[in-house]
Write a protein that binds this ligand. Structure first.
Ligand SMILES: [Zn+2]
Length: 55
């Protein structure tokens, strides 16, 4: 099983378990994960469930 990888910056988690600070987002039926930093920067977009195409 692959470690979770941030959908924005490509940072890979150190273990197969998602770190508590990371965030998962369901977008267009796909499960994306964001590292703590990207999650903070994009928290409004994620919570608003906006399409990620405009990023
Ligand atoms: Zn990231």
């Amino acid at each position: 099983m692959a470690n979770p990888t941030c959908a924005l910056c490509g940072q890979q988690a150190e273990s197969e378990d998602l770190p508590l600070t990371w965030v998962t987002s369901l977008e267009n039926g796909r499960r994306l994960v964001y590292c703590d930093r990207c999650a903070r920067e994009n928290v409004r977009s994620i919570e608003g469930k906006l399409d990620s195409a405009w990023w």
